[in-house]
Design a protein around this ligand. Sequence first.
Ligand code: ACM
Ligand code: ZN
Length: 775
Amino acid sequence: MKLFKILLLFIALSTFGCAEKENPSFTKEELVLIPQPKSLNLNQGSFEVTNSTKIIIAQDSLASVSSILNDLFKRAAGFELETSIDAHAENNIQLKINSEIAKEAYELKVTSENVILEANSKLGFVYGMETIRQLLPKEIESGSKVSDIEWYIPNVEITDAPQYSYRGNMLDVSRHFFGKEYIKKHIDRLAFLKLNTFHFHLVDDQGWRIEIKKYPKLTEVGGFRVDQEDSHWNARTKNEPDAKATFGGFYTQEDIKEIVAYAQERGIRVIPEIEMPAHVMSAIASYPWLSCTGEPIAVPSGGVWPITDIYCAGKESTFEFLEDVLSEVMQLFPGEYIHVGGDEATKTNWKTCPDCQRRIKEEGLADEDELQSYFMKRIEKFLNKNDRTLIGWDEILEGGLPEEATVMSWRGFEGGWEASAAGHDVIMTPTSHLYFDYYQGSPDNEPVAFNAFTPLKRVYEFRPVLDSMSVKQKKHVLGGQANLWAEYVPTEAHSEYMLFPRLAALAEVVWSPENKLDWEDFSVRIRKMMERFEVMGINYAKSAYAVQPESDIDLETGEITIKLKSEFPNTEIRYALNGEELNAESNLYENEIKVDTDTQLKAAVFKNGKVMGAVLDKTFKFHKAVAKPVIYKYPYNQNYASSGETALVNVLKGSKYFKDGRWQGWINNPAIITIDLEKETSVSEVIVGSLEEQGTGIYFPQQLKVEVSKDGKNFKEVASLKRDYQTNPGAKIDNFKMGFELQENIRFVRVSVEPLAKTPNGGGAWLFLDEIQIK
Ligand code: ACM
Ligand code: ZN
């Protein structure tokens, strides 16, 4: 009897042990979902995907959805999940249609036995699959086979649906061209974040990127420009129409079809933008008869402002051309929306063009704004006839909106407010939150960008609707979109850098319910998500880890107070002083740091003993002129006054951001500065700090001179320096050192700094100085 009992127990145990293999449980902290789902319950245990797991689809039309997971498993796991319509009891991922569920919503239930994904549309299934993807170990994103890993999906119950129906991202492929493969990769990443719209900015002054069969010169001529990549975008010179243009590229119609089909499979609609009437110098370079003057122009290599080379709104041939172009475009892009730009047209040529003026008269238009309105309305009629909806930038409000137009509000939220009040649909894409060509951190640490800021937290603070909107207006706000203009984005890696992680912040604020939006919580998840970005091979920015110093000096006591923080909250900041090595054992920053002698400060955010993001390296140099009176022969410009009379002798130095409030600026005058040392002093060196950013019109000096005096009347020149102009594509700080034989009993030092006499583009040269050190 006894033996029998033991045997029974053994059988029971072994049965339990074998059939019920215990899959691991996960903690809430291990779930890294972006965007955050509407509701989420985490249960004990997990489901393991193996090479015998099947995907069971409710109908054949869902077969393409299974490729979202299978493309990943094929690469990272070395197997694919068999997809079939037959139901199996367990070990499967079931896609079930549930007619109770809203269009883009889905419900996901993962148990140790199976995964059940319910939805009522292909889109719902796509989003559910993307959630499963994020629940899998990050190694699933690997481009090559990963061994020693089990593919567990934590047991969860999720119900989810988007807040906004328009969740977009625009890539500008005109200012810099990005190949088809990158675009596809990017589309997959949009899907990963449950974004649903790719706005394809195919036309702009600096490049026409879509093949149009009827007008081959658009890409042959308009797709290429003279290579001036080694200059700052806004410092590039005007090209001659016959200059050799080699820099650029375009998509063939076959490429476009491939991109659109790829996007469709992942639930992404593609909206082409065919700009008009401005931002079309590439088209006019190809066919000069499109402009008012008909004069030949070249595709510009860089910034053009204001934009006066625009389509003629008077000649019928312009509209024939545009209808032909749009007809081919509509063949390639099956979606509802066609974006036709409408922004930033300076209409000076329309004022003097007989054709444009005749049109104004014949149509009874009040002015050139109404002529643009006529232009856009006429294009809208053509699009509507073809069952398409026109989208335009918010300038299309000026002079009267086309009847059915959807407005993309970029110059703030106001255009969106106004258009929604007039009953139009609106997409919010304000520069204040969603321009990803702006800096995401201090220019000291960042590659050159448009001179404004959209840090990660600012993106997360974006909300598409305004409190001041009526219920009716709010309904017209379809959602939001981040724009990556590519003037300063020359490579794919750089494009990824500007997009990630900011795109994840946008994705969450347009998908997740407002009561789920929490910056602190997001900032924890995004840091973990970066580990997945790493496996995905995304060159994401670590800018939110950078230490942001804030320093102040008390000029009476000479004491500097330094505060350190990072954009990510609750980080471990460590610092080292005066050549000490910065490492995981360095001083932990807790309270502000105070220094009153020459100090080098290094600091960084640490995580698990490793440096995250940029290392701050700042030097505070005291010198003989600190806090001494300064006399200016020519006053500094009031817009760049810095802290006034003490700015150049306060130890604190300017950064690479020209508007940081530390730089003192002059235009059209040299800076001639006399410093009164207030007592007899020996001097042997003067160092002048200067900033250059050629695209902003700020140039290093051409010549510097130092004179010394005992009485303030008779000066003796002791040093000078000359330098030649050099092209410089970014922002750069230089310290011009002038050493000389020791001069004793000196009371006054006069420093004369000559700006660059002639800039490459004409126009005056700004001179920016900060800190004149006397030693
Ligand atoms: C724009 O940024 N010009 C729409
Ligand atoms: Zn004209």
